[in-house]
Design a protein around this ligand. Structure first.
Ligand code: PLP
Length: 460
């Protein structure tokens, strides 16, 4: 780090608070200063080139130098840089985006798509909106007591008060006085960690479904409004659920009049090898939230998509009250909508889902080839998202004590070999841009293999 007090490193330490960072440690370590992007690679301020193995935060789906998105933003900025969507105002890009998104997103029944889109700027806001709409919907249909929401342990839904409450990661709640009352957390469908000795994966699914039934019975179905889930948990560790999990969960929810919200903030737009994680895992959502790859992360925009039935209730309630009293200044930003439309056009033209299916086996098989490494407990993933779980003991599956910071050490070893990955809790997460090539995947795999050996040597 430069000793110059005016350097960007020193000023970052002096003036900038970093999210999801140990603030004291940051004062001694300083920032990793990123200067520019080139395809799936970013270049730091010292000129080091790093393949971005996490696509930023699961989001830069088209890499870091897609000129078409720059042009789309520029054109819209020049024409109309801002307009609100309150009180009947609208713009062409917002209308086009709502039309396209609702037609492409899966609805609550086979062959049915979503009816309406509400826009915001982040995944957290999209999930906050969904939570408010659960309450609004149930007021409209005369069941206002159906207020509780079931989320899952290790699920991640964002950091606003509502979204962090839905999130099932204890450190997101600790000392923030969260979660809000009325948010329940069900078991995470991670067979490797949550399965019991002797239990098969089918038996594990049976148990989770029974537990859900028991939770609903104990709380009272009349008090539960919705269930929210990522098709594949991302931040919680890329947890791919058993194939029968979601169809079985949804049978239970339907019987109890509980809405299903699919949080597609990570899974949406091809990440799993299907356009939507819901399609890949048998979810028929009443509401669907998306963000991140919606604009390839070039502009902050998110959407909450609702089914016809949910919309009809919203319409009736707004008519009764005189107004639908919800919205954000920047919700339906025309520049964000223009960038998202161009992003969706690129996905279509380049058939991004087929590309993901073509290159994903290189990543998944390559990681699975590391499963015998003494530090690797489990390799899991689907499409272009994966996790490698580190263990201190393969037989007992014991984790390393957090204080040893093993994932952080491993990520640092990998970074020295030109690949940026995220070490988190007990593992290493992978979510490269959807445009990644097989050659770039090979570079990631080689860096991980060497990094694992180096970490093992350090531990011994
Ligand atoms: N939902 C999921 C599944 C996410 O992964 C995230 C962010 O990582 C969010 C919601 C929150 O999105 P944002 O950070 O844009 O608020």
């Amino acid at each position: 780090m430069s000793p110059d007090l005016n350097s960007p490193y020193a000023r970052d330490i002096a003036h900038h608070v970093h999210p999801q960072t140990n603030l004291r440690l940051h004062e001694s370590e300083g920032p990793l200063l990123i200067d520019r992007g080139d395809g799936c690679t970013i270049i730091d301020a010292e000129g080091n080139r790093l393949i971005e193995g996490m696509a930023g935060m699961w989001c830069a789906s088209l890499g870091f130098s897609e000129q078409r998105l720059v042009d789309a933003a520029t054109r819209q900025m020049q024409r109309l840089p801002y307009m609100q969507t309150f009180a009947h105002r609208s713009t062409d890009p917002v209308i086009d985006l709502a039309t396209e998104l609702t037609a492409m997103a899966p609805g609550p029944r086979a062959g049915e798509s979503m009816a309406k889109a509400l826009f915001a700027c982040s995944g957290s806001e999209a999930n906050d909106t969904a939570m408010k709409l659960v309450w609004y919907y149930h007021h409209a249909i005369g069941r206002p007591e159906k207020r509780k929401i079931i989320a899952r342990r290790r699920g991640y839904h964002g950091t606003t008060i509502a979204a962090a409450s839905l999130t099932g990661l204890p450190n997101m709640h600790q000392d923030f006085n969260l979660p809000l009352p009325g948010v329940l957390h069900a078991t995470c469908p991670h067979f490797y960690r949550e399965g019991r000795p002797g239990e098969t994966e089918a038996g594990f699914t049976d148990r989770l479904v029974q537990e859900l039934e028991a939770l609903i019975e104990a709380e009272g179905a009349a008090t539960i409004g919705a269930f929210i889930a990522e098709p594949v948990m991302g931040t919680g560790g890329v947890v791919v659920p058993p194939a029968e999990y979601f169809p079985r969960v949804q049978d239970v929810l339907r019987r109890h009049g509980i809405l299903m919200i699919a949080d597609e903030v990570i899974c949406g737009f091809g990440r799993t090898g299907a356009m939507w994680g819901s399609e890949a895992f048998g979810i028929r959502p009443d509401m669907l939230t998306c963000a991140k790859a919606l604009s390839a992360a070039y502009f902050p925009i998110s959407a909450t998509l609702v089914s016809e039935a949910v919309y009809e209730a919203m319409r009736a309630e707004s008519d009764k009250l005189g107004n639908f009293s919800h919205g954000f200044t920047y919700g339906g930003h025309p520049v964000g909508a223009a960038v998202a439309l161009e992003t969706l056009a690129i996905y279509r033209e380049r058939d991004i889902v087929s590309h993901v299916r073509r290159v994903a086996p290189r990543l998944q098989d390559g990681l699975r080839a590391l499963a015998d490494h003494p530090l690797v407990g489990e390799v899991r993933g689907v499409g272009l998202m994966a996790a490698l779980e580190l263990v201190a003991d393969k037989d007992t599956r014991a984790s390393f004590p957090a204080a040893r910071k093993v994932p952080g050490y491993l990520a640092a070893c990998i970074q020295k070999r030109g690949v940026l990955l995220r070490g988190r809790d007990d593992g290493l997460l992978f979510s490269p841009p959807l445009t990644i090539s097989e050659a770039e995947i090979d570079t990631i795999l080689a860096a991980v293999a060497t990094g694992l050996d180096e970490t093992l040597a350090w531990l011994r």
